[in-house]
Design a protein around this ligand. Structure first.
Ligand SMILES: [Ca+2]
Length: 288
């Protein structure tokens, strides 16, 4: 509401200036206001040994790197690691490990199988609200993405009706969240208990790096998209899942944004993407 009001105020102040341009400028300013971003530590700058607000890097496939971002720190995903080595490392995550250089088809790498994922801390959302998502990503090609996983909390009634599900704990001592498939780490198959989070919504925000112009290969790109949590999904909170897989290589993430917007603002983003057509698939080049 605060954003909507501020836009109205700015439009009024702008007076004779074209209302549309004014609205855009208000949107930009709203987007840069730190407090609007619901993502904790969105640029990976905070933390001592691990980045605050994100699952712990395993230092084999996920690295928290100084200068790994568009600005300052970022996350680097190395999907060019043999799956076997990754599996072994999951059982002893604190042991130091050096990857073996891979060769051949690379279908037996993490990039060719499970992929690499990092999760945000749970972010509460409002029902029937619209949200804007943006992030920066860089990589050798392929289609890295952010999964938006929406959940509701299991009540006694829901537990009684529910069958066995796959659960995992992204953060030690935190609640369990259901998954659609095995694949990350520490999953268990069991019936839900009260307080578990049950997945009710899943949306991918993909950047098709392979479709970027050749002259821009390897550059950072920024994705923008919107989502509407319709009441029927009953989403109470979301986990953002940063994900990369094929082709095997190094992918980088930075500047993750999630912020509540009005339906009109969301529509503006959708219209802009429609205008861009297929070019929107690979996001926009950062700094352009
Ligand atoms: Ca950063």
């Amino acid at each position: 509401m605060r954003i909507a009001l501020s836009i109205v105020a700015r439009v009024r102040v702008c007076g004779v200036v074209a209302v549309f341009a004014c609205l855009l400028c208000a949107l930009c300013q709203a987007g840069s206001a730190k407090t609007d971003n619901l993502v904790k530590n969105p640029g990976f700058e905070e933390g001592k040994d691990v980045p605050v607000g994100w699952t712990k890097p395993d230092n084999l496939t996920v690295f928290w790197e100084a200068k790994g971002g568009v600005k300052g720190n970022g996350l680097r995903f190395d999907t060019d690691v043999y799956r076997k080595e990754w599996e072994a490392h999951k059982d002893a995550p604190d042991a130091k490990v050096e990857k073996t250089e891979t060769e051949g088809t690379k279908y037996n790498t993490v990039g060719g199988t499970a992929g690499v994922a990092v999760y945000s801390e749970p972010i509460p959302v409002e029902k029937d609200a619209w949200y804007l998502f943006e992030y920066d990503v860089k990589g050798p090609g392929g289609e890295p993405f952010i999964f938006l996983n929406g959940y509701w909390v299991a009540t006694e009634e829901a537990v009684a009706k529910s069958g066995t599900k796959i659960f995992f704990k992204p953060f030690p001592n935190g609640p369990s969240f259901s998954l659609v498939a095995m694949g990350s780490s520490g999953e268990e198959k069991r019936p839900p208990v009260v307080g578990d989070y049950i997945m009710a919504f899943r949306r991918r925000f993909v950047v098709k790096l392979g479709e970027a112009p050749k002259s821009e290969k390897g550059d950072w790109r920024r994705y923008s998209g919107v989502v509407h949590f319709e009441k029927r999904f009953n989403v109470e909170l979301v986990l953002l899942e940063l994900y990369a897989y094929w082709p095997p290589g190094n992918y980088f993430f930075d500047n993750i944004l999630m912020r509540k917007v009005t339906e009109a603002e969301a529509q503006q983003v959708l219209d802009e993407k429609k205008k861009m057509g297929k070019a929107a698939n690979c996001g926009t080049r950062v700094g352009k």
